[in-house]
Design a protein around this ligand. Sequence first.
Ligand code: PEP
Ligand code: MN
Length: 363
Amino acid sequence: MLVLMNVNATDEQTQAVCKRVEELGYRPHPLPGATRCAIGITGNKGAVEADSLSQMPGVAEVIAVSKPYKLVSRDMKSEDTVVRFAGSDATVGGAELALMGGPCSVESRDQIFKAAEAVAKAGARFLRGGAFKPRTSPYAFQGMGEKGLEIMAAAGKAFGLLVVTEAVDHESLALVDQYADMIQIGARNMQNFALLKLAGRASKPVLLKRGMAATLDDLLMAAEYIMSEGNYNVVLCERGIRTFADHTRNTLDVSVIPAAKKLTHLPIIVDPSHAAGKRDKVIPLARAGVAAGADGLIVEVHCDPDHALSDGAQSLYPEQFATMVDDLRRIAEVVGRTMYDPQRRESQSTSQTGKPESTVVAK
Ligand code: PEP
Ligand code: MN
């Protein structure tokens, strides 16, 4: 059920409707739009008595939502969600393409600082890297844990990057929420419902990766789990799915981008690295993702990929990442998107400190 408020409804009227929804024993989810506020109602087993709500001041309409996902749906909010981050003007889902780069895993301070410097210089606004790794083999490198998060946070601060990193369980989610700017839920955990609910109670935006055998509906229902707990800052990520094709690690489902955009207001980004599995195919897939309307990219970058502890074969060299960004600038123009100019960061940090930020902080 969905309550659409009038264009000129007051905050008090919206609050009164939320209060009434609570009195009825349900949960209200006010989602302000550009022109009016919509209030999603969850927790109801059957139809909500619409009458008591439709008569309230400021209410335009009470609508039954027939789809299984409600809060993620365009019925709930017709305009695109723009995810914002405290203390930064970077966004996901706005005009600017969100560019995330960094290694698969945090391996050492030196490795992360080098990668962060390279991706920042090329124009990324987010540093990626896993401190908790969900590995197929229990004998493979499992990540540096909290120490890795500390290093990521320091590198993010040194180079003006937001940090996105994966949480794999309850314990790591609490830590990631504390150290990072965005919580990644990986493909293998996309249907870990207990973890999704916890992410829904976290304070930071969530990057939700599509499971390797998940349909678009499965992905949207997973996002609904997060939103139903009150965290409305969710970004979807297409990272390739399992098919019979064996020329790539996974098959990048570019068609899911326009399909998702039709059904949901949430942003969707592309991970060409885990789809390709090999570095020579990453850049073409990145270009395809942006051309198809993705709101951003998350790309693995390593300064010494031959010695990477995970996913070296699909990690771009920093120079390749910079080349990719140049290619994307031209595609972005065609699809009506902007890209961050890294010169802006340098002039900002120079004007604040008199010296470029990286030489001030990164010792
Ligand atoms: C990753 O981003 O390093 C990762 C493990 O991705 P996925 O969950 O998509 O496999
Ligand atoms: Mn990886």
